[in-house]
Design a protein around this ligand. Structure first.
Ligand SMILES: Nc1nc2c(ncn2[C@@H]2O[C@H](COP(=O)(O)OP(=O)(O)OP(=O)(O)O)[C@@H](O)[C@H]2O)c(=O)[nH]1
Ligand SMILES: [Mg+2]
Length: 245
């Protein structure tokens, strides 16, 4: 009698979407449900003890959903360190493709399979980009647009990134990128975290691509963007350039 053939199908969950959260109570349940409609995907939420109970929602959901994980931290420690901890967990769990995504529906889950396809076929890091042809932001006022576009131009010029949207937090990394970039050395915590990851991936010689996305404003909840985060980014770009990061 012949042995049964065991196949490893692509529906095996080899993709982990890491979502950092701070006070995303109204967004977290629907965004998780939507992502988990994709059979290849797991979700790992990194919550900083959100006072609004975001973490509890995830904990409850995870008791019935094996493809959902929660990493709970004791207090608000910033986006960059949340991602670094999430990446480590996802790598430890064997993910082959690791995604970054916000909880607030500015990043439409329908793009996930496209980011994945581009990472499987062409690139080591794929960025969902507002600033390549076909990409856009829809609801922002002039000031917010200026900060975002200006920040991208600034970082791109100073660091030679050759990327239109280095501050985008919607992306897919092949596991090799996160294994190669020394996560312990990543210093940025706010928007510059995204820039620093592009910079380090570029320096390590990885192929970086961008796919156009439409980026609406967050559906509900409050923005965590602050003047401090913008200033941190402006300074950190120079610290990278001068080899201090
Ligand atoms: N764990 C954790 N998550 C955070 C922290 N700061 C922001 N986040 C999450 O990171 C994601 C992006 O933050 P946002 O406030 O949406 O930042 P933004 O998209 O630049 O701002 P808006 O466009 O105004 O929403 C969201 O899912 C936040 O809940 C933090 O300190 N810790
Ligand atoms: Mg947002």
């Amino acid at each position: 009698m012949s042995n049964p053939i065991i196949t490893s199908s692509p529906s095996h969950t080899d993709c982990t979407v890491v979502i950092p959260t701070y006070n995303e109570y109204d967004n977290i349940r629907p965004i998780i449900r939507r992502i988990l409609q994709e059979p290849r995907f797991r979700v790992l939420v990194v919550d900083d003890h959100s006072p609004d109970g975001t973490g509890q929602v995830v904990e409850e959901m995870s008791s019935e959903e094996p493809r959902l994980g929660l990493l709970s931290r004791p207090g608000k420690q910033g986006l960059g360190s949340a991602y670094v901890e999430g990446f480590r967990r996802a790598l430890g769990e064997g993910a082959r493709f690791i995604f970054e995504m916000d909880a607030d529906f500015s990043h439409d889950p329908r793009y996930l399979p496209h980011l994945l396809e581009a990472a499987e076929c062409y690139y080591d890091l794929v960025i969902g980009s507002r600033y390549v042809p076909g990409g856009k932001t829809t609801d922002w006022g002039a000031l917010r647009q200026l900060i975002s576009r200006g920040g991208n131009l600034y970082a791109g010029l100073i660091l030679g990134l050759r990327v239109a949207d280095s501050t985008s937090g919607f992306r897919c990394y092949r596991r090799a990128v996160l294994e190669t970039v020394d996560l312990q050395k990543v210093r940025s915590n706010g928007y510059s975290f995204q820039i620093e990851m592009v910079y380090r991936a570029r320096r390590a010689g990885f192929r970086i691509g961008e796919l156009p996305i439409t980026f609406p404003d967050r559906r509900v909840g409050k923005s965590k963007m602050s003047r401090r985060i913008v200033i941190e980014a402006m300074i950190n770009v120079w610290r990278m350039r001068l080899g201090m990061i």
